[in-house]
Design a protein around this ligand. Structure first.
Ligand code: NAD
Ligand code: UGA
Length: 467
């Protein structure tokens, strides 16, 4: 059957490449899937027999890996052989915001996508379908096509051919496995019918046909940026209303429920928070802003840029509330931060609002104690760009990691809940209150604490979107 692909390679073994290929391999036992990466340590970690040491934490991922790894899923350093042996190559590499040069702080840095295309151009044999899975600016497929084409003209002996498709990924971290197994839709953009059929046939192993949408390649690329921009826009919208709630006596949860029950609005993505984090929302909106400016659409650029500016303000404003409630100064005060990942059920801290809030508090002289069930001390050191240091009474603006929450809160002035981990939902507030310094404060930026449990203690509670 011409529609059957037997060997797949994925470039990039990160948060997308790893889980996506694990699910694909488990649903397509007849396809051999090889995931490669330029980061050899990452490949070693994916091959670790101790499943707690996988580079990505996702509920359910370890089970799938233990089922398929070594059977039809392989993590390998041999990029050349893996590409050569594959009829289809997913590009699933990082596309972060550029930090220097033209377009700095807006445009996506495509150097990893370009290097991926060059690797495919160099090593591919026969006809190879190249699928963009990374999130990329509209028109990136053109760049990939040009690189693949030029390799052919420079190497006359090879009789290679390529087709390029776009198939962006919509999984969310923390629920990646479920999102991959039961996606709302899968998107394929392209113009080569045969290649589209082949990619459809892979997805059809577990995804109902009607959920596989086929568009032109530019629509597919743009839909990915648009989906993230719309999702992030809802968060900035609800966070802006949370600020009005705090001034007026309205409650954000009630407002969310009231508007969310209008089916035209829908009830998802209406949780107010310390701001959206994660590696993609900000990056993808900045990318959209950059594209809009590039095409002379300044009003469009400004519209989307405001979603980010509201998000930045949210983090700033929460830091200010904390300082304000603690009598206008936090110098030398012990503040416990609960949660460092950008959302629950992931070990990812990229663009986590906890980073900005922690930095603000450190700048104001606080002594922070940070806890997170999945994020390590080392990861926090990297994110804050500051080593951890045991509390020293003479030094301000320091932090350390504490695994034991009851230990962390001893003589603390405040606790700030930043991530909605299950572990933080049922804390023993009576016990905690006894060991905190008075007056003690709890700042709940996720609205996960039961107010009645706090009300029986001397703790002062501030809840986002309620006051
Ligand atoms: P990541 O940083 O976790 O992983 C990318 C990996 O690609 C890295 O390990 C890197 O070493 C590797 N790499 C870079 N260049 C390479 C090359 N030439 N050959 C082989 N490997 C190479 O990134 P991620 O979070 O997995 O995101 C990947 C892409 O998917 C991004 O474009 C992102 O926007 C998009 N995306 C991410 C998510 C998410 O939840 N994280 C969801 C949907 C889409
Ligand atoms: C998001 C999208 O949901 C995915 O569809 C997309 O594939 C992915 O980005 C991507 O392109 O990387 P992710 O960032 O992993 O997924 O997680 P989300 O659940 O979207 O949460 C993002 C941030 O928004 C988190 O900080 C979360 O706490 C926050 N959020 C989410 C809210 O503040 N309120 C909500 O109601 C929902």
């Amino acid at each position: 059957n011409v529609n059957i692909v037997k060997n797949i390679c994925c470039l990039g073994a990160g948060y997308v490449g790893g889980p996506t290929m694990a699910v694909l391999a488990s649903k397509c036992p007849n396809i051999k899937v090889t995931v490669v990466d330029i980061d050899l340590n990452k490949i070693a970690a994916w091959n670790n027999q101790n499943l707690d040491k996988l580079p990505v934490f996702e509920p359910g991922l370890d089970k799938i890996i233990s089922k398929v790894r070594g059977k039809n899923l392989f993590f390998s350093n041999d990029i050349e052989k893996s590409i050569k042996d594959s009829e289809l190559v997913f590009i699933s590499v990082n596309t972060p915001t550029k930090i220097k040069g033209f377009g700095a702080f807006y445009a996506s840095d495509l150097k990893w996508v370009e290097s991926s295309a060059r690797q495919v151009a160099k090593y591919a044999s026969g006809h190879t379908i190249v699928v963009e899975k990374s999130t990329v600016p509209v028109k990136t497929a053109e760049l990939i096509k040009k690189i693949l084409k030029s390799s052919n003209s420079s190497n006359k002996k090879k009789e290679n051919s390529f087709s390029v498709l776009s198939s962006p990924e919509f999984l969310a971290e923390g629920s990646a496995i479920n999102d991959l197994i039961n996606p709302d839709r899968v998107l394929i953009g392209g113009d080569n019918e045969e290649s589209i059929k082949k990619l459809c046939a892979i997805y059809e192993n577990w995804i109902p046909k009607e959920k596989i949408l086929v568009t032109n390649i530019w629509s597919s690329e743009l839909s990915k940026l648009t989906a993230n921009a719309f999702l992030a826009q809802r968060i900035s919208s609800i966070n802006s209303i949370a600020a009005i709630c705090e001034k007026t006596g309205a409650e954000i949860k009630e407002v969310s429920a009231a508007i969310g029950s209008d089916t035209r609005i829908g009830n998802k993505f209406l949780l107010s928070s310390p701001g959206f984090g994660g590696s993609c929302f900000q990056k993808d909106i900045l990318n959209l802003v950059y594209l809009s400016r590039y095409y002379g659409l300044d009003h469009v650029a400004k519209y989307w840029e405001n979603v980010i500016s509201l998000n930045n303000w949210q983090k700033e404003r929460i830091s200010e509330v904390i300082v304000d409630k603690l009598f206008g100064t936090i110098t030398g005060k012990k503040i416990v931060l609960l949660g460092f990942s950008f959302k629950a059920n992931t070990n990812d801290t990229r663009e986590s609002p906890s980073i900005d809030i922690a930095k603000n508090l450190l700048e104001n002289g606080a002594k922070l104690v940070i806890n997170d069930p999945r994020v390590s001390n080392k990861q926090i050191e990297l994110a804050l760009n500051q080593p951890s240091k045991e509390i020293d009474h003479n030094v301000e603006g320091i932090w350390y990691y504490e695994e034991d929450i009851l230990e962390a809160v001893k003589s603390a002035d405040a606790i700030v809940i930043l991530t909605e981990w299950q572990e933080y939902k049922n804390l023993n507030w009576e016990l905690i209150s006894k060991s905190m310094r008075k007056p003690s404060w709890v700042f709940d930026t996720r609205g996960i604490i039961n107010r009645r449990e706090i009300d029986v203690t001397p703790i002062n509670l501030w809840t986002l979107g309620k006051g």
